[in-house]
Design a protein around this ligand. Structure first.
Ligand SMILES: *Cc1c(COP(=O)(O)O)cnc(C)c1O
Length: 366
């Protein structure tokens, strides 16, 4: 079986974890501080603030932007549910702008149309490992004087115009088990703004700067040193992780380019892709349906994923939700019917990728 994702940590992670166990500091301590410094360097920002998961990172980023009830956050409807849940948890209203088919991210034209008098924040989702079109999105955000929170959970290390995804506004990251870099559970918020970084640090620690001196009503959003220890060696090796994923994506691309009806993902000009997912579209021109291709891959021992099967607003619990404005997003709805993610992760060798190619060709009737 070739799974869609694999978690494998090396001896350096093991050694650092043992160091933490022997140190007696299991909660947030020096390992978290080290992870934060090295993470900030990788993204290319001044500050990184570690939190306990990626959803929390989104909530905290929205909280320090001081949203009030009725304030709207415009985001992508083609995302993991955490993006939406974080907006609701922060007390704001979610509105959606449709995606582009070539990058699966917010369409700047749809975003421009969705921005209205109640909009306070734009939240692009850098999906599958490639950033949204920040060259078009950032000027829109600036023209309207809005906040910018980038859901970078899937795109650590990707760039747009040479700048790191998550460095344009408040960047939020997930270190969940399936992500390119993992601490099991974990999250990070990145920013160049020292004031916001300071507020985030106070907020994650019960609103305390010094013990029992409360400045704001806070939370316990802390990451532990045991978790941070697992992430530090992966940060050091992250360039190799991305290089392997890029090589795997190129190999999939070469092997699948002529399959009829299959639309392959592309790295767009001016952006770099870190290949969290390699997602094809099984279009209406294909001789078999997406679900049929997925089933046939399973029979051949090749894992695949459908990220995501529906627009995120298209569930009963959100359709009638008072904080959700669900304008139709036709590109998202079509892409959700056609998308299929294939194994591309960095633990795959060339031979594994060749097996994936062979299985897909067979499953798609090539
Ligand atoms: C994983 C993910 C999150 C949430 O991260 P958790 O660490 O699981 O809370 C948010 N947004 C996107 C796009 C994700 O893929």
């Amino acid at each position: 079986m070739i799974p869609i994702s694999v978690v494998k940590l090396d001896e350096k992670a093991e050694q650092l974890a043992v160091e933490v166990i022997r140190s007696g500091v299991l909660a947030q301590g020096p390992m978290v501080a080290r992870l934060e410094r090295e993470f900030a360097d990788l993204v290319g920002v001044e500050h990184a603030v570690a939190v306990n998961n990626g959803t929390t990172a989104l909530v905290a980023a929205l909280e320090v932007l001081d949203l009030r009830p009725g304030d709207e956050v415009v985001t992508s409807p083609f995302t993991f549910v955490a993006t939406l849940n974080a907006i609701l948890e922060a007390g704001a209203t979610a509105r959606f702008a449709d995606i582009r088919e070539d990058d699966f991210c917010l369409d700047p034209a749809a975003l421009a149309a969705a921005i209205g008098p109640r909009t306070r924040v734009v939240m692009p989702v850098h999906l599958y490992g490639q950033p949204a079109d920040m060259g078009a999105i950032v000027p829109l955000v600036e023209r309207h004087g809005l906040g910018l929170v980038e859901d970078t959970a899937q795109s650590l290390g990707a760039t747009v115009g040479g700048r790191g995804a998550g460095s344009f506004g408040l960047g939020t990251f997930s270190l969940y088990a399936t992500k390119n870099l993992t601490t099991g559970e974990g999250g990070m918020i990145t920013t160049d703004d020292a004031v916001l970084a300071d507020r985030l640090r106070v907020l994650r620690n019960q609103g305390m700067r010094q013990r029992y001196q409360y400045e704001v009503a806070g939370h316990n959003y802390r990451l532990t040193d045991l978790q941070a220890a697992l992430g530090i060696p992966q940060l050091a090796g992250y360039a190799d992780t991305v290089a392997r994923r890029r090589a795997n994506a190129a190999r999939l691309h070469a092997g699948l380019a002529d399959v009829p009806g299959l639309r392959l993902p592309a790295e767009l000009p001016g952006r770099t892709h870190v290949w969290h997912q390699y997602t094809v579209l099984v279009t209406d021109a294909a001789p078999v349906s997406r679900d049929e291709v997925a089933a046939r891959l399973g029979e051949q021992g090749v894992g695949c994923g459908i990220y995501y099967p529906k627009a995120v607003y298209d569930y009963d619990c959100y359709r009638e939700h008072p904080q959700v404005v669900a304008d139709p997003a036709p590109v998202t709805e079509r892409v959700a019917r056609q998308c299929l993610s294939l194994p591309v992760h960095h633990h795959l060798a060339d031979g594994d990728v060749d097996r994936v190619v062979e299985a897909v060709r067979k499953a798609a009737g090539a």
